[in-house]
Design a protein around this ligand. Structure first.
Ligand code: PGA
Length: 257
């Protein structure tokens, strides 16, 4: 399966001009057999999509959003629906990031509703899951148990939707919470074991075929290879390192097929 790199800019950069500059620099990286998705804040999507349309080498590059609402339209102040995102040029969306679960009390039931509508409305979904440090300290089996619970709730009832495109619009990003922004990336071998565990769970129990597995948490130019060398790890979700075009280009270069 072709590798996938997702840049999660979070609430950065501070200005639209800064966002455009970062986008153009990042988009200039040579991409070969690697899908690259840039997820800027909602507010910058339109300007970046306009710049994107004018670019010559658009292959294997796409835009995404960092969140989406579970209703298409209506009286839901400040929310943004999947069709709105698509109309601005976004093809992907990140759902259930641990920062949203922690800071905005997003529950698995909310995540599940968001995934359902986003897939129904034609977006590719990057679902984030990950265990806290207290769980991981109890060992890999405890972490797998935690992730299994999360995935069963987040993906409940979606096999009917994913069956239509054989699951290719779903990626699960495994991001151990303690590894995000901490500089303490997970042991690649453990991440690969989690990839096998998640892929089997999706296929056998949840009846979802062909989804991609991404690792996320303190990924940078020097450690990305340790992950993508595994066949089961289809790429990475990158936060901090995606804000430095040079560093993200290194990540792309290391992943290029
Ligand atoms: P990080 O963030 O790469 O800065 O650890 C990853 C993420 O939150 O998606």
């Amino acid at each position: 399966m072709q590798k996938l790199l997702v840049a999660n800019w979070k609430e950065n950069p501070r200005t639209e001009a800064g966002a455009l500059k970062l986008f153009k620099e990042t988009a200039a990286a040579k991409r070969k057999n690697v899908d690259v998705v840039i997820c800027p804040p909602f507010l910058y999507l339109e300007e970046i999509a306009t710049a994107f349309r004018k670019m010559k080498a658009r292959n294997e590059l796409a835009l995404g959003a960092q969140d989406v609402f579970w209703e298409e339209r209506g009286a839901f102040t400040s929310e943004v629906g999947p069709k709105m995102l698509r109309s601005l040029g976004a093809r992907y969306v990140i759902i259930g990031h641990s920062e949203r679960r922690r800071d905005f009390k997003e529950t698995d039931a909310m995540v599940n509703k968001k995934i359902k509508l986003a897939l129904k409305d034609g977006l590719h979904v990057i679902l984030c899951v990950g265990e806290p440090l207290v769980v991981r300290k109890r060992g890999i089996a405890a972490a797998q148990h935690f992730i299994k619970n999360q995935l069963k709730k987040d993906l409940a009832g979606i096999s009917k939707i994913t069956a239509r495109d054989r699951g290719i619009r779903l990626a699960v990003a495994y991001e151990p919470i303690w590894a995000i922004g901490s500089g303490k990336n997970d042991n690649p071998e453990d991440a690969a074991a989690m990839a096998d565990f998640i892929k089997k769970l999706l296929k056998v129990e949840l009846k979802i075929q062909n989804s991609r597995f991404l690792y996320g948490g303190s990924v940078h130019g020097k450690n990305i290879r340790d992950y993508v060398q595994y066949k089961s790890i289809d790429g990475a979700l990158v936060g901090g390192a995606s804000l430095k075009a040079g560093e993200f280009k290194k990540i792309i270069n290391q992943t290029n097929g």
